[in-house]
Design a protein around this ligand. Sequence first.
Ligand SMILES: [Zn+2]
Length: 50
Amino acid sequence: MRQKTTLHCPCGEFLRGADEDELVAVAQAHLTKEHPDLDYSRDEILMFAL
Ligand SMILES: [Zn+2]
């Protein structure tokens, strides 16, 4: 299965990782910093990822 490596956050931020693990880490760091009220699991993040 192709790895998902990019995610366009609804706030307009474009997030990118070298692979799915890194993308999830980048996205969770972004959520913690910019959207502390949101809490997404790895599966949920990858559902929105491209
Ligand atoms: Zn965002």
